[in-house]
Write a protein that binds this ligand. Structure first.
Ligand code: GUN
Ligand code: FE
Length: 428
C-alpha cells in the first residue's frame, strides 16, 4: 500500500549535494517483490498533486532523512565499548580476543545480535557492514536476527589463522570452506550480503589470504572487509611479515583483495601510491574517527582522500569506536578533518559529513540508488528526526539561518534523542 509522510525532507543529488524541502513529501510504495521503496519525493506542493489517492502522515517540526549507513562495526565488540588500552595491539590482546571467544556459543551470539541491532536502529543506523567473529555461529546469529527485522545488513566470518590465541584462531582450509558455505547460505538472501573478512594481514597466513582472494574472485558481488594502516606498530608488524609487498595496503592487492565492494577500515598511514591504488581498484576506506581518537591511532587524511578522489565514508568501528551514534561519528570526523599538524587540516561541511554517512557510504559500498538516500527507487529505510529533542538543540535549530547551520547543530548537539523513529523498508 502506498504511504506518504509530510515533514521537512533531506536528500542528496547525484553530485552529493544536499536537497532540502522545508515542507516536503515522501511517498513510498511496494515494488514488484513487495519491498517498500521511495516512489516520489520533493516539496509538498509539487509532489502531493501527483498522489491524490494518499493522505500523508503529517509530522510537523520533524525532518525525514535517509537511514545512516555504518561502513565498519564489530557486533561482537558491543560489550567492550570503552575498554582502555595502550593502543591497538594491547587492546586486541587484552579485551577484544577474550570477548570474541564467547561467540563460539550460539546462544551468546544470538543474545548480543539482538542487543546490537537494537542499538543500531535506536541510533538511526539502518545498514551496517559488520564484522562477526571467526565462529560461523556468530554469522548465522547476526544474519538470522537481521533477516527477522528485514534489515539490509552485510557481515562475514572473520578469517584469522595465525598470531591469534586459542578460542578465536581458525584453521586455514576449514575457514575457507566455512566462508564459502556461509556465502551459499546467506549472500543475496532477502536483504543480506556476505563480506569475505580477513581480520587484518598480520593474523592471516599467506595461504588464507590467497584463499580469500580466490573466493572474492569466484563470488564477485560479495563484499570484502578488513583493516589497514590503523596504527604505527601494526604497520611495522605487517611490513615485517610481508616484506615483498610495496606497502601494507599492497599486501591486500597482492592477494587479490582489492576491488569494487572491498572496504578497509582506517587507511590512516598511507602515502599517495596507496591512495592511487585505492582509486584504481575502486576500493573504499571506512573512516572511523571515534575509534582512531580513542585508541590514539592517528588522523585520517580527508584532504588526501579528496585530492586523489578515492571512495571513503564514515564508520563507528564499535568497540574500538566509542559510540553507535552517527552524530558522534560525524562530529569526530569534523575534529579529525580540522587537525592540521600531522596532515593538511580542512573544515568538512556539515552536509558533506552527513553525505559521508548516508549516500556517500552507500556509494562506497556499491549500493547507490539502493540505500543511503531518499530519491525515487531507493529502499524506504528512513528516519524521523526531531530537531528540538533537547533544549539547547531546539534553540540552535530554531535560529539556524541555513541548511548547513541546521545540520551542524544536529551533528554537534545530536544523539539518539534526535532519532524519533527509524523506519525499515518492509516487504509485503
Ligand atoms: N585490527 C584488527 N582487528 C581489529 C579490531 O577488532 N578493531 C580494530 N579497530 N582494529 C583491528
Ligand atoms: Fe574495526
Amino acid at each position: 500500500m502506498k504511504k506518504a509522510y509530510r515533514a521537512s525532507l533531506l536528500r542528496f543529488d547525484d553530485a552529493g549535494q544536499p536537497v532540502f524541502d522545508t515542507d516536503g513529501l515522501l511517498v513510498v510504495a511496494p515494488d514488484a517483490q513487495g519491498r517498500e521503496r521511495v516512489v516520489d519525493a520533493g516539496s509538498h506542493g509539487a509532489v502531493q498533486p501527483r498522489h491524490p489517492d494518499v493522505a500523508p502522515e503529517h509530522l510537523p517540526g520533524r525532518i525525514l532523512a535517509p537511514g545512516f549507513v555504518d561502513m565498519h562495526i564489530h557486533f561482537p565488540q558491543t560489550d567492550i565499548i570503552g575498554a582502555p588500552a595502550d593502543g591497538l595491539l594491547p587492546w586486541l590482546e587484552n579485551y577484544t580476543f577474550p570477548a570474541e571467544t564467547r561467540f563460539a556459543e550460539p546462544a551468546h551470539s544470538a543474545e548480543v545480535a539482538e542487543v546490537f541491532l537494537d542499538e543500531l536502529l535506536r541510533h538511526g543506523v539502518t545498514t551496517s557492514l559488520t564484522f562477526a567473529t571467526s565462529h560461523p555461529a556468530s554469522v548465522d546469529a547476526l544474519f538470522a536476527a537481521a533477516q527477522r527485522r528485514q534489515m539490509r545488513l552485510i557481515t562475514g566470518k572473520v578469517l584469522q589463522d595465525r598470531h591469534s590465541p586459542d578460542g578465536v584462531r581458525d584453521e586455514t582450509e576449514r575457514s575457507l570452506a566455512d566462508t564459502e558455505d556461509l556465502i551459499r547460505r546467506w549472500h543475496g538472501v532477502d536483504r543480506l550480503g556476505y563480506a569475505i573478512t580477513p581480520r587484518f594481514a598480520p593474523t592471516s597466513t599467506e595461504a588464507q589470504l590467497r584463499g580469500a582472494g580466490e573466493l572474492a574472485a569466484r563470488h564477485a558481488d560479495t563484499w570484502i572487509q578488513s583493516h589497514v594502516a590503523e596504527n604505527k606498530d601494526e604497520v611495522k608488524w605487517a611490513r615485517e611479515l610481508f616484506p615483498a609487498s610495496r606497502s601494507y595496503l599492497g599486501v591486500y592487492d597482492d592477494f587479490g583483495l582489492m576491488r569494487e565492494r572491498a572496504v578497509y577500515a582506517h587507511c590512516i598511514h598511507f602515502d599517495d601510491e596507496d591512495r592511487q591504488l585505492m582509486r584504481a581498484t575502486r576500493t573504499a576506506a571506512a573512516v572511523s574517527p571515534t575509534s582512531n581518537l580513542f585508541l590514539g591511532s592517528g588522523f585520517f587524511d580527508f584532504e588526501g582522500a579528496q585530492r586523489v578522489d578515492y571512495l571513503h565514508g564514515l564508520a563507528s568501528d564499535v568497540g574500538g569506536g566509542t559510540s553507535f551514534s552517527p552524530f558522534h561519528t560525524m562530529l569526530a570526523a569534523y575534529y579529525v578533518g580540522r587537525e592540521g599538524q600531522t596532515k593538511p587540516g580542512l573544515s568538512l561541511a556539515p552536509s558533506r559529513l552527513w553525505w559521508l554517512h548516508t549516500a556517500g557510504a552507500a556509494q562506497a559500498l556499491g549500493l547507490t540508488g539502493t540505500i543511503g538516500n531518499l530519491q525515487p527507487g531507493c529502499e524506504a529505510d528512513f528516519l524521523v528526526l526531531d530537531p528540538s529533542a533537547t533544549p539547547l538543540l531546539a534553540r540552535k535549530s530554531a535560529n539556524a539561518a541555513s541548511l548547513e547551520e541546521l545540520l551542524f547543530a544536529l551533528i554537534v548537539l545530536g544523539d539518539d534523542r534526535v532519532i524519533e523513529r527509524t523506519v525499515i523498508a518492509r516487504a509485503g
